[in-house]
Ligand binder design. Structure first.
Ligand SMILES: Cc1ncc(C[n+]2csc(CCOP(=O)(O)OP(=O)(O)O)c2C)c(N)n1
Length: 335
């Protein structure tokens, strides 16, 4: 099968979506193993393993110059938006060649050329930053769209409500993507939010068009994202997607929290709804050779990840005297 590509402004083919999910899965699994075994990445890491359909389905609906902002669970949207893998891995190793010059780590990824504007770990912060950025783009008369990814926990922050209200009033072209993985660290949704109320309902309360859907069905996510992006690009204001999904690994780090923070059977049930497997089975029903293709991609992307790690290891750390470059400093003469 030839390598599929996604031209701007087209529906992504199922094979394109699957390939990108496999790439992200392989990269994150490789990084998780090395993180644990080598202890050379000294940054907190929040893996999206199990949640790949959200990043891939949404980003495939965006154009190159549209922008993406995320919270701490940043690797998958960064890669899905076309962020440079080598720069990301160098950042995770704290190297000068990293995408944030080694000063930011996993929760401060950025790749301006790819339209990945930034990530930050303060819960909900990027919901407001993305809303402001989209407002600025609209005021300049562009038709660019901004998407911002965040979790169900971030949707409990006040800034979520302020941003959605503001976006609705000013018809701001921002797609809010809530990856509802049912946990905020170890706290389940049912312990934090009233039953029977969806997060998408809160967006509707502000007059925003909102959808709640299976976030592990990459085709459904992609189709919903295309509706969202078209809505924003046409100047009809913000759009909200609540994607029901589940992270496989622990909240932060490469390990597993089955039997500790989350029941074994719950994790296993969600693993049976693996977004990669589901997309592969669907594609496999329509074409032959899908298992061979998956194996070939697996080898290709694990090699790609290992090359990026080798480059990161060979790169220099920032010089000690330059560590605060880019940080705010109080002028010496300020009283
Ligand atoms: C303002 C703020 N409060 C608390 C935290 C600590 N914190 C980091 S991640 C997290 C849970 C996030 O859950 P969610 O938004 O659902 O995203 P997920 O990790 O599930 O992807 C919390 C409480 C923080 N980073 N910022």
């Amino acid at each position: 099968m030839p390598t599929p590509t996604t031209p701007d402004d087209r529906t992504a083919e199922p094979a394109v979506l699957l390939r990108e999910m496999v790439r992200i899965r392989c990269v994150e699994e490789e990084l998780a193993d090395l993180y644990r075994d080598e202890q050379q990445m000294r940054t907190p890491v929040h893996f999206s393993i199990g949640q790949e359909a959200a990043a891939v389905g949404v980003c495939a609906a965006l154009r190159g110059h549209d922008l993406v902002y995320t919270g701490h669970r940043s690797h998958a949207p960064y890669l899905a938006k076309g962020g440079d893998l080598t720069d990301m891995v160098a950042e995770l190793h704290g190297k000068e060649t990293g995408c944030a010059a080694g000063r930011g780590g996993s929760v401060h990824l950025t790749d301006h050329a790819a339209g990945f504007a930034g990530s930050a770990a303060i819960l909900g912060e990027m919901i407001s930053v993305a809303t402001g950025a989209a407002w600025a783009l609209a005021k300049r008369g562009t038709d660019r769209v901004v998407a911002t990814f965040f979790g169900d926990g971030a949707a409990e922050e006040g800034v979520f409500h302020e941003s959605l209200n503001f976006a609705a009033v000013h018809r701001i072209p921002v797609v809010y993507v809530c990856e509802n993985n049912a946990y905020s660290i170890s706290s389940p949704l049912a312990a934090r939010q009233p039953t029977g109320v969806r997060i998408a309902d809160r967006a509707r309360g502000y007059g925003i068009v909102a959808e709640h859907l299976d976030g592990n069905d990459v085709t459904a996510v992609h189709e919903a994202a295309r509706r969202a992006v078209a809505h924003c690009r046409a100047g009809r204001g913000p759009y909200f997607l609540e994607l029901a999904t589940y992270r496989w690994r622990e909240h932060v780090g490469p390990g597993w929290d089955n039997g500790v923070d989350r029941p074994h059977d719950e994790v296993e049930e969600w693993q049976r709804h693996c977004p990669v497997r589901r997309a592969a089975d669907r594609l496999g029903a329509a074409m032959s050779g899908i298992e061979e293709q998956l194996a070939a991609w697996d080898e290709e992307f694990r090699d790609e990840a290992r090359l990026a790690v080798a480059a990161a290891k060979a790169a220099p750390y920032p010089a000690a005297g330059r560590l605060t470059d880019g940080a705010y400093e109080r002028p010496a003469d300020a009283s």
